[in-house]
Design a protein around this ligand. Structure first.
Ligand code: FAD
Length: 496
């Protein structure tokens, strides 16, 4: 294991600052970094040569850059001053409730940038890295000292204002056994060699959303069984996405390249998902957060408060996402004159109740927040766990409501080219609605289509169902952690 002297030396080699100034960055800084250090992304059989100009990805890249500018436009809420410079508030190590509420305001305004459609808004993983740093002593509990690595990396990420992707899942070959007990135990990312300088890893990991991020966090895949064989899969580390030997195989883009008027969501918010493949990749020690310690890996997220903090970010995002749908559905109802139908009231009420529920969970998490064992304030987990469990079924229902209200309006959609073409007079006549001119109705319903029918919409539903893990396992966790024995006793008492 490295000494702190070695650590400092290595630090200067792999955690170097790269940018025009330290702290919150602007869009051009992000683009410059991506141009200088492009990750190896593969798309439909070819390596992407220039990510910033590659059609299936370029709008998503531009959007992420614009988010870095947006934080400066909303600097009062989204940035804070640390050591004389502005940094993103999503890196705030919360010490009291007012810190948490300030973070919440930053997360809400940040989510408004993308209507809650960017799952991998950098704030998401910033909350994770920040929780690790705020609870850094946890990483030394197993007897090996990793807390310095965690703290140094936190400062490095914050001061460079990095965007991270992450992978927490082993490839799904056979879910009946852990990665060490598959027919081929070399499929999942595992350690192949350890040296004085670091470790070498080989294998695949799922799913890196935002593979064009600056760095990747490879975090413990949950619940490894306690066996020697599983130790090769027990680690957490961070690497630049352009590290030698690391490649990403991307899915098809959900940006059809039709421009943002025709494709208002997919034409802006394609964050991409990829499988990460490690081919004898070297990880220097100072980028390792835990190693071969299954107990630490299995307690990693809960003990540091990371699960609660990222769920708090997700709940803020989901509040904004529901607000977007409420606005969209209201415009559809008004535009098509549907306000007199009772089933429409019921549908609208369902979405509104979902919105109130998410806001109530957020408030409850703030009110019940407590300092953890390491002195970091962590939002109350129970309301967040309820929110995390509820949203994967709430979101598909909201999307279904858009489909039910939109009906054939979601497939009778001329493009902007049609509007500018020779059939404009016919389109103006035949595509109008009760209260909207044809062009306005088409713009509105194109948005509704992209929120409920397009490939972008389908991927959003899948994302909300699964990105936080398997919902079946979440139910099992809730069942096991909430035996309700006091309530059984109360009911028993009532019976007797
Ligand atoms: C769009 C999208 C983006 C994502 N982004 C990320 C990301 O950025 N980073 C990341 O790390 N992960 C990401 N994920 C992956 C996500 O964490 C996984 O999808 C999730 O953990 C489920 O794992 P799986 O997809 O391998 O499904 P599997 O585990 O293979 O499950 C398949 C089916 O089998 C069932 N099943 C599996 N095991 C059991 C069991 N023991 N008991 C009962 N039923 C079981 C599941 O309920 C499910 O119905 C993303 C997923 C999606 C869809």
């Amino acid at each position: 294991m490295n000494t702190s002297q070695d650590n400092n030396k290595a630090m200067s080699e792999t955690l170097v600052f790269d940018g025009a100034y330290r702290g919150a960055r602007k869009g051009t800084d992000f683009l410059q970094h991506l141009e200088n250090y492009p990750p190896e992304l593969w798309y439909q059989g070819k390596r992407i040569e220039n990510i910033c100009h590659f059609s299936p990805l370029k709008n998503g890249v531009k959007t992420l850059a614009a988010l870095y500018d947006y934080q400066w436009d909303h600097s009062e809420l989204m940035l804070e001053s640390i050591e004389g410079r502005k940094v993103s508030r999503s890196y705030s190590i919360t010490k009291d409730r007012s810190d948490l509420i300030a973070v919440g305001k930053a997360l809400l305004i940040g989510a408004q940038f993308s209507q809650g459609m960017l799952g991998r808004d950098p704030a998401y993983l910033n909350r994770s890295i920040t929780s690790f740093a705020g609870s850094a002593d946890f990483f030394d509990i197993g007897g090996r000292v990793f807390s310095n690595n965690v703290r140094d990396y936190f400062r490095f990420a914050r001061d460079n204002d990095l965007a991270l992707t992450h992978t927490i899942v082993n490839p799904r070959i056979n879910r009946h056994a852990g990665p060490a007990f598959q027919k081929d135990p070399t499929i999942s990312t595992h350690v192949t060699k350890e040296t004085d300088a670091g470790i070498y890893v080989t294998g695949a990991r799922l799913v890196a959303t935002l593979p064009f991020a600056d760095e990747i966090a490879v975090l413990p895949a949950r619940l490894l069984d306690v066996s020697n064989a599983s130790k090769d899969y027990a680690f957490a580390f961070v690497l630049p996405t352009n590290t030698a030997g690391l490649k990403f195989i991307c899915r098809d883009s959900v940006d059809y390249g039709m421009g943002s008027r025709n494709h208002p969501l997919g034409g802006r918010y394609e964050e991409m998902d990829a499988v990460a493949i490690f081919d004898n990749v070297f990880v220097p020690w100072e980028r390792v957060f835990c190693y071969r310690d299954i107990d630490i890996c299995n307690r990693f997220y809960e003990a540091t408060g990371a699960t609660a903090h990222i769920t708090y970010q997700v709940v803020c995002k989901n509040i904004v996402k529901i607000e977007f749908f409420l606005g969209l559905i209201s415009l559809m109802i008004h535009g098509s004159g549907l306000e007199r139908f009772q089933h429409i009231h019921q549908k609208m009420a369902d979405v509104w109740v979902g919105w109130q529920t998410m806001k109530a969970f957020k408030s409850a998490a703030e009110v019940g927040s407590r300092l953890n064992d390491f002195g970091m304030l962590v939002p109350d987990w129970s309301p967040l766990e309820a929110a995390r469990f509820m949203f994967p079924s709430m979101y598909p229902r909201i999307v279904e409501i858009v489909q039910q209200i939109g009906a054939s309006g979601l497939v009778t959609l001329p493009t902007s080219e049609d509007l500018d073409g020779p059939l404009r007079t016919e389109i103006d006549k035949y595509f109008q609605s009760a209260r909207l001119e044809a062009a306005d109705k088409i713009d509105l319903y194109r948005l509704a289509w992209d929120a409920s029918v397009s490939a972008f919409a389908g991927r959003q539903v899948l994302y909300e169902r699964f990105f936080f893990g398997d919902p079946v396992s979440m139910a099992t966790r809730i069942f096991r952690n909430n035996p309700c024995s006091d309530l059984m006793e109360r009911v028993n008492h009532f019976i007797k």
